[in-house]
Design a protein around this ligand. Sequence first.
Ligand code: FAD
Length: 642
Amino acid sequence: MPTDITNTSDELFEIFVNAQTFKTILHSFDDLCQSIRIDRKIIGYGKRSLYKVLTSKLTSWKSKSLWTKIDKRGSQKEYENGNACADMKVCIVGAGPVGLRLAIECALLGARCIVVEKRDRFSRHNVLHLWPYIITDLRNLGAKVFYGKFATGQIEHISIRQLQCILLKIALVLGVEIYPNVTFIDVIEPISTQQAWRAHFKPEAHPIVSTYEFSVLIGADGRRNSLQGFQHKEFRGKLAIGITCNFINHHTREEQNFEEISGVAKIYNPQFFSELQQQTSIDLENIVYYKNDTHYFVMTAKKQSLLDKGVILQDYPDAARLLARDNVNSTQLCKFACEAAQFATKCSTQFAFEFAEDHHGAADVQMFDFTSLFHAVNASRIIERNGKQILMLLVGDSLLESFWPTGSGIGLGFFGLFDTAWSILKFAKHEHPLKVLVERESIYMLLSQSTPENTKNNHQLYSINPATRYQNSNSKSCTIDEIRYLYDSDSIPTIDMNNNHVISNKSNRTPTRRTQSFKQAPSPLSLSSSSSDGNNQQETVFEWCEEIVNSYNINIKNNSKSFQNCLAFCAIVHYYRPDLINFKSLQPDRPISNFQILFDIMHNQLSLPLDRKLQNSLILSMKSSIEERIRQSSIVILQLLY
Ligand code: FAD
């Protein structure tokens, strides 16, 4: 009887809404789908098809209030009613907050979306600071249906695990498929025109993911990104040792009176920190305290204070060695965290902080090294093999690692994922790969500088379109030349060298090296001796050099200056590896500095054996004949390429 089915289903919906672990959420959702006899194979994937069935069958006030919210968000014009990316298949690696939130966008766009997650638990009590636009975004998606306490009053934070639970539930109702205990290993290229892109996962014989074919792959797998082909750069600051800890919140009257500290640094409140030091000998640079399901603290501590308090056993200059497990006394670390928490909350002497448990069942206190933070050099790549393109994108901590005490991580993470969804849309609309990449990389340049203050303030109007969020979103601040290397195609493009446009991609699809999508370089062997093959060879090399440097407005025919000031060398490096050199910043009247930049790149970025002899010969080549200069530069550049 239909009425019975509805009643049972509404009850199951309630169980799903209240489920609080990764496993129970998935199980209760399966039960719910079974109760309304949803067969995914029959209703199909993508185009929000599962969601449509759920909305027609579940009619409790709670479910209806959720549908109203999701329908409103889903009516944004970019989604085209769930048809914008209807033929697209997406694979997201990682069910962290950013991966799950992006999965929701993919589902709203109408794509089929699979998320693989190597864990089967959401266990991070640590708390994320929410920028105001994130609160609006999550409210508009119905977060309060799943977590009544979400952003009540002045609360602007949420635990990582609670956020994951909310996002997982929204993703599921929108038809996202989520597979726990599945680890992404690497992509599998199509080796014939009949095949599509797939991936290796662990376990290998997974019934769904091992045969899943997709054209968009997202790295949302946190700081240890596992997508190949993305370079990361390190930002090294001065030594910063972060401590996070979570204590059980018993919700007693005394605890209710603890005042949160939304972030205080020594320079802004020196008195707090000097009193802390006087009373406890703890020397901190800053501290954050949020009262959530747990009492959560994050603080950065001075090394000397940790040594004095016996938390760190031996002093080492290397941060990794300093914080290695065998150099940390965990009992002293717990004591240190408790003392800091007691001082920060001004609790009575009777009150005893009790640690919450981490996913290993141990006291939830951890010490992290924030001395170096990584960010990806690029946010996107497109690879084409045998006529099949794959768009690969990084999001969240894989793209831009955050410094937790400032609470910017998830704020920037969500911004980045909306930008990513925008690229997926453009890719689905068959925009030329280079255009998709130019736009993605241009917008990525804005990300790290974005703050709640310098982004648009009408959060209700935010969509995946970057123009609705960034004040000055220039989608063309990168040139095609700068991102060309991110498009790795086995089809040979025709490039109009005068205005840097790809005219067409020829249908010849023989697998080749990456460099074939660029101007084909002569063989380095043919250049190893100036006298070997005479004029013909010299001419080929000259033409090769000339054609490249001409696109940089450098004339090498009758002008030896461009070699003397190193600009011609740098132009050739930039043509193939624009990620390594900021060509526009080079100055023609500073040859030594330009050479130094070139040498640094060769030595530091490419690990080329750049001995003094080669350096000297390069510098000397400034004075030699034009043929010799070209030969020298070619050898160097070809070493970079091969
Ligand atoms: P994550 O949340 O790290 O999620 C990545 C997911 O990918 C994980 O679930 C991981 O299991 C999964 N994964 C990784 N590799 C694979 C693979 N090969 N196959 C399948 N799945 C994979 N931020 C703060 O602001 N304050 C904090 O106190 C704080 N504490 C943190 C504590 C820990 C232990 C960690 C790891 C992060 C913490 N962060 C904190 C950072 C914060 O969690 C992230 O900024 C935020 O969760 C957004 O990250 P994300 O979704 O990009 O990645």
